[in-house]
Design a binder for this molecule. Structure first.
Ligand code: CTP
Length: 406
């Protein structure tokens, strides 16, 4: 899964944002992709082939007619090898070329010849971007299945602020992974994920919450997206940005999470609940800020929140988490049975590298059969993929079981 072992042809055209393409090339290579780079002549005015060659350890192509390049003989070889072709940055001029199908440089020729997904990340002056010609060109490319990434709003090299900034490297990579995963093993499936904490307000300035950051749930949502799923993420308050290509419902309280989850799971195939839902909420939410009383102690009445995962019904695969500080397996088994789950991912929040605000997790997978899988310490992205593997296995097992009438 992901970028490892994939060939991503990176096209660089003549925008001042060309220097940012070095970071894109570097991050793609670090993620395990092979990254041949194709530069237009205009790009050479902004950045050198040596930069890309040093970062990717691959040949950099500029000219059809360079006798030292293998393109002189096999001019569509890279078009066939590519798992995706990404142009970042793409100028207004280059977009126009793509619309008309010119092939007077190796990059535009490769894009004409390839069957792989094509992605372009425009970067240009705001007025050039807004021009009807550019907008029409982008619409034409989109209608042909080209993925347009950004651009973003912000400071432009012209000194103005507007639309036209190249999207961030993280956003560009997320789009590439999503394009690669289009035909993944979750293609056509709907996955719903809950994430983060909930906040249960006491008054306008105070609430009850917990230390969940949402990282595990966001990792599951991104992994499912990168395997081709249509993903809805219902999340409590978190600083994490919306993942690219995922429908995000931001809620605050457990009751709001229940509402959002119930409507999201209607046509779901797989539901993964990673949220740390507050078990109780204050019985009364004061309209004004509560004042301290004369005594040294106080008591607040709490009422139980609904158990969301136990409440939602449907023939989807249902996976829960169990964050525990003791009796990990016993507690996980109880939750598996009481919430009628297909799998529980149990984590000991006191274990090193596990728990809140870190990118790793140490998880035990507890199955209804009684089997317990003790996974090693992994990144949350890796844990997410294993959980989705198991969800796929549950679906396959169900498909094999005969339907019992009545
Ligand atoms: N969960 C839920 N709604 C709740 C509480 C929990 O959907 N009101 C889900 C969580 O998202 C998780 C699983 O149930 O997938 C277990 O959550 P956890 O907080 O570990 O357990 P609780 O059921 O709250 O039990 P306890 O707090 O007593 O351990």
């Amino acid at each position: 899964m992901g970028l490892k072992g994939k060939t991503i042809v990176l096209g660089v055209t003549g925008s001042i944002a060309a220097y940012k393409a070095a970071d894109v090339a570097s991050k793609l290579a670090q993620a395990g992709a092979t990254v041949p780079v194709m530069m237009t002549r205009a790009a050479l005015e902004f950045i050198t082939p040596l930069t890309f060659r040093s970062l990717t350890h691959q040949q950099v192509y500029v000219d059809w007619y360079d006798a030292g390049s293998d393109l002189a003989i096999q001019h569509v070889a890279l078009a066939n090898q590519a798992d995706a072709v990404l142009v970042a940055p793409a100028t207004a001029d280059f977009l126009a070329k793509l619309v008309y199908g010119f092939a007077d440089d190796p990059l535009s020729g490769t894009i004409l010849a390839t069957q792989a997904p094509v992605l372009v990340a425009p970067a240009m002056d705001g007025h050039m971007y807004d021009h009807p010609a550019t907008q029409q060109n982008l619409a034409t490319l989109r209608s042909r299945g080209v993925t347009i990434i950004g651009p973003e709003q912000g400071h432009l090299a012209s000194g103005l602020t507007g639309m036209g900034r190249l999207s961030s490297t993280e956003t560009i990579l997320a789009y590439v992974k999503m394009a690669l995963g289009r035909s993944g093993d979750l293609a056509g499936l709907r996955v719903v994920v809950s994430a983060g904490p909930t906040e249960e307000p006491m008054d306008p300035v105070r609430h009850i919450s917990n230390r969940s950051t949402g990282r595990m749930g966001f990792a599951v949502a991104e992994a499912a997206r990168d395997r081709g799923a249509t993903v809805t993420l219902v999340t409590g308050p978190t600083v994490l940005p919306d993942p690219v290509g995922v429908k995000v419902a931001r809620i605050r309280t457990a009751l709001q999470m229940l509402d959002a989850t119930q409507s999201a799971v209607r046509d779901a195939d797989i539901v993964v609940m990673t949220a740390a839902v507050a078990d109780y909420r204050p019985a009364i939410q004061a309209e004004q800020k509560m004042k301290k009383g004369p005594g040294d102690t106080t008591v607040m009445e709490l009422v139980k929140n609904p158990d969301i995962i136990a409440t939602i019904q449907g023939d989807f695969v249902k996976i829960g988490f169990a964050a525990e500080s003791e009796d990990l397996i016993r507690n996980a088994r109880t939750k598996l049975a009481e919430k009628r789950l297909d799998l529980v991912a149990a984590n000991d929040i006191t274990a090193p590298g596990s728990g809140f605000a870190v990118d790793t997790n140490k998880v035990l997978l507890v199955h209804p059969s009684g089997e317990v899988e003790d996974l090693p310490l992994m990144t949350k992205a890796e844990v997410a993929d294993v959980i989705l593997d198991r969800a796929v296995a549950v679906r396959q097992q169900r498909a094999r079981q005969p339907v019992v009438a009545g």
